[in-house]
Ligand binder design. Structure first.
Ligand SMILES: *Cc1c(COP(=O)(O)O)cnc(C)c1O
Length: 375
């Protein structure tokens, strides 16, 4: 007899009849004259939700970043400063453009880029700063924007993990020269695969719109006439239909993420750990509940992941420092102490929208007894 193990996945989308209804409608009717209906509707709903002037739906966040960075003129010989602790998708467009990602260290509480290190890493080649709001946690945007302004360098926001996070009244992704979002199946809202480019800059919008359409300018009357070499990173109408349903449900979806985090926070209280912060003036949408054990506390991360897995719980490692991988780029300074150490002391906990209180209590009790037993 095999013992039944209840599986607790790390993430999975929240799909209701509404998503099915819209996607079905798009599959049935969204062709010919209607082939962009859901795309425009999704872009408009997204703009309204975030409070930005322009939005372009894309096939991924990576594509949105690639086009936006290209539009800012980032190219061979240029440098782009970003946190060493990151997902590869933020760095790969920089590398594809022939520029160099320059990795600096993170802050101990938010695990996001350290503004002081950003400023110290600026050279005559620096073309942009990327603020990645990691796991829903917010970068110190006031400082980063001031540094950018002072040096005449644009700040880009990668808000793939932070839809719903709010910084002094402004949505993550709405504050930089442009913002990029992801609707990959693991993210807070999904279209299967997909992304969004957002900006308040009309010229940048127009340029990225042209790039996103094989380099054909809006209003170009000649058919099949490219005005420049562009990209093909469009979202399909069927994906956008799912996105329309998700953005209608965004408040619920982010509320659920917050509730899941707060349950973990409660169940893990008293342990020598730090979890995602929510500083004054900020709302954290807690895409990924994460804990880091304090310095000197033993975690035995890989063994804990195995122990959780044996009980059906899918936990994940914290992002590796990209400078330790083979993606290229360089460190601004000799050591990124926190990026190089925190990932060994950290874990992402399951947080799909249907995770109930009992699940988070179960996961927390395994983590609690593990940490207590090994310290
Ligand atoms: C998921 C993610 C991306 C990439 O999103 P895609 O839609 O898969 O291209 C980029 N940046 C961060 C921080 C992410 O978490």
């Amino acid at each position: 007899m095999t013992r039944h193990v209840r599986k607790i996945p790390y993430t999975k989308p929240s799909i209701t009849e509404l998503e099915v209804e819209y996607a079905t409608d798009a599959a049935r009717n969204g062709w010919g004259d209607h082939c962009y209906d859901y795309i425009y509707r999704f872009e408009n709903a997204f703009k309204q939700y975030l409070g930005v002037k322009y939005a372009i739906a894309t096939s991924s966040c990576t594509g949105a970043l690639h086009m936006g960075m290209h539009a800012l003129g980032i190219g061979p010989g240029d440098e782009v400063i970003m946190a060493d602790t990151n997902w590869i998708a933020t760095a790969s467009p920089i590398v594809h453009l022939g520029a160099t990602p320059v990795f600096v260290d993170i802050l101990p509480d938010s695990w996001c880029v350290d503004p002081e290190q950003v400023e110290a890493a600026i050279t005559s080649k620096t073309k942009a700063i990327v603020a990645v709001h990691l796991y829903g946690n917010l970068c110190e945007m006031d400082k980063l924007l001031a540094i950018g302004e002072h040096h005449g360098i644009p700040v880009i926001e990668d808000a793939a993990e932070a839809i719903g996070s709010i910084y002094y009244g402004k949505g993550a992704g709405s504050m930089g020269r442009f913002g990029a979002f992801s609707f990959h199946g693991t993210k807070t809202i999904t279209t299967g695969e997909g992304g969004m480019f957002v900006t308040n800059d009309p010229d940048l919008y127009e340029y990225v719109l042209t790039l996103s359409n094989h380099g054909r300018m809006r209003g170009q009357l000649k058919q099949f006439w490219p005005d420049m070499v562009g990209f093909k990173y469009k979202m399909s109408n069927i994906q956008a239909a799912i996105g329309c349903a998700q953005i209608e449900r965004i408040q619920l979806l982010t509320d659920l993420k917050r509730a899941i985090f707060l349950n973990y926070y409660k169940y893990l209280s008293g342990l020598p750990i730090r979890m995602n912060p929510e500083p004054k003036g900020c709302t954290n949408s807690y895409w990924m509940p994460t804990f880091v054990v304090n310095d000197g506390i033993s975690l035995k991360r890989d063994e804990l992941i195995e122990a959780l897995k044996s009980k059906g719980v899918d936990a994940r490692v914290f992002f590796w420092p990209l400078s330790s991988t083979s993606v290229g780029g360089r460190k601004a300074f000799e050591k990124n102490y926190l990026s190089e150490s925190i990932h060994l002391r950290a874990l992402n906990l399951p947080s799909h929208h249907e995770l109930c209180r009992k699940d988070s209590s179960f996961v927390s009790s395994i983590v609690r007894s593990w940490i207590e037993r090994h310290n």
